[in-house]
Design a protein around this ligand. Sequence first.
Ligand SMILES: C[S@@+](CC[C@H](N)C(=O)[O-])C[C@H]1O[C@@H](n2cnc3c(N)ncnc32)[C@H](O)[C@@H]1O
Length: 493
Amino acid sequence: MTKVIAPVSDAHAARFAELIEEHLGLRSSSRIELKAVMAARMRALQCYGFDAYLDRLESPLSMHEELRELAVRLTIGETYFFRSPEQLKVFTKIALPLLTQSSPTRQIRILSAGCSTGEEPYTIAMAMLELGPSAWARVSILGLDINPQSLAKANRARYSPWSMRATPPDCVEKYFHRESTQYVLDQRVKAMVRFEERSLAHEDLRFWQPRRFDVVFCRNVIMHLSARVLGEVVARFARVLAPDGFLFLSHAEPLRGISQAFRVEHAEGAFYYVLREARRSPAISISSVSRQRSSLIAKTTATTGPKAPECKLPLASAEVGGPAQLLPSLSLGAALMKAERFDDALATLQALAPADRVDPDVLLLTAIIQLERGKLDQAAELCASLLARDDLNAAVHYLIALCHEQGGRRAAAVDSYRAGVFLDATFAMPHLRLGLLFRREGDLPGARRELQNASMLLAQEDPARVLLFGGGFSRGTLIDLCASELRLCEASN
Ligand SMILES: C[S@@+](CC[C@H](N)C(=O)[O-])C[C@H]1O[C@@H](n2cnc3c(N)ncnc32)[C@H](O)[C@@H]1O
C-alpha cells in the first residue's frame, strides 16, 4: 500500500526554513512552497516521518547530498549573456584600466558569485577577448554557484536562443557555433572560466581569503538571501576584494543599510561599489545616497523634552540620534522652515556653536533652507561637504539633484534623482521630480511611471520626510499634484 505523507506542519516547515537559511543562505520563500518541496523530497526518499527527514538534513553523512537536491529545487537561475551591458562597460572602461594602471602585467582575478549556468562569467571572458591578448592573457575567472545542475550546464556550455537574446550579433558569430537549435560556446571562451560548487553562505576561510579577487560580480543573487546571510556575504566580499577592487550588484540590490564597507559610484549609466578606503575612480561619485532615513529626521522628530521650543513637527518617540543640545535648535529650525521663515530658520542654525554647526544634520537642514532661499551655490557646497562624510545618503543626493535642476543641468539632475531612488526605493520625492521633468519633456511613459510610483510612495511617506523634502507642500497636496500631472499625461496622449 502506498504510504501517504501527512501535511507538513508549520513547526516542521519553520525548522526546514532555518536549515535552508543556514546552509544555502536563502530567505524562506513562501511557507507553501517550502512545505511542497519538503513533501516532494520525503516522497522521493521514501522517508515518511518529518523528524526523520530533518535528521537526515542535519546528519553529516547525508546533509551534503540533500542540500544539493534542495539547491536545485529552491534557487532561481534566470540569466543570459550580456546582461546589464552598462556594467560591462564600467568593467572594461573603468575597472580594468584602473586596476592595471600601476602594474600593466597585474593578474586580474574575477569572481562571478552566483553564476548560474555560466552566461555571466562567459560574458566577462568574451569582453576580455574583445580587448585583445594583452587583456585576456592575464585574467582568471571563477564562477561559483550552489546549484549543481546549473554548474553542469555551465560546464557543457551549450545554450538555447533564449540565453542569447542580448548577445551582440558579432559576438554570436565570433564565439559560438550552431548545433541544431543550440549555440555551442567556443573553446577559447570556455577555457577562460573555471566553475566551483559552493555556497556564499558558507564561511570557509581557505576560500574567502583576504584580497583574493580584484572584481566580484554578484548580480541578481543577494535579493534571494536572508538578511542575516546577506550581511555576512557582503562582509566577505569586502574581505576578499583587493583594496582597489570593484563589486557589481544588480540595480535592484542596493547595499543601503547593509554595509558601510563600500561606497557606491556611478558611470556609464551603471552603479557599482568600491571599498571605502579605495582611491576614487574618475567616475562621478554619487556620494550622497543614504541610509533609509536621514538621522536628521530622527532628530527633528524626536521627543525633545520639556525645555524644547514649541514646534509643530510630527513628534515621534524615536531615539535621539545626536547631542541633546542640538535638538532644540534643529527642531526650531525645522519648525521655522515649515512656517516658511527661512531667514529666521537659518539664523537659528547659524547661532549654534561652531562645532555644532558642522553636525551633519545641521548641515543638511541648512542645505534645505538655502535651497528654499534660492541660494543654490551655498546649498551645493553644504551638500558637497556632507557627501565627503557620508556617501550613502539618498536625501543629500536628492538635494544635489534639486541644485542641478534649478541650475538648468538636466542630465546631472536626472542622474542624481535616480541615485536617490536607487539607494532608497521608498523615497517618494525623487520619483515625483522625475515625473514632473519627464512630463514637461514629453516623455509620457516615463512620466506616468514616476508619478504613479511617487503617488503610491507618498501615501506611506514618513511625515517628517514630507516636511523636509516636500518643498513646503503637504502630503495631500503632493498626491493631488501627482494625480493632476497624470491626468495631463492622459490628455497629451
Ligand atoms: C538569478 S541567478 C543570477 C545569475 C547571474 N549572476 C546573472 O545576474 O545573470 C541567481 C543564482 O544565484 C545562485 N545562488 C543563490 N544562493 C546562492 C548561494 N548561497 N551561494 C551560491 N550561489 C547562490 C542561484 O543558484 C542562481 O544560480
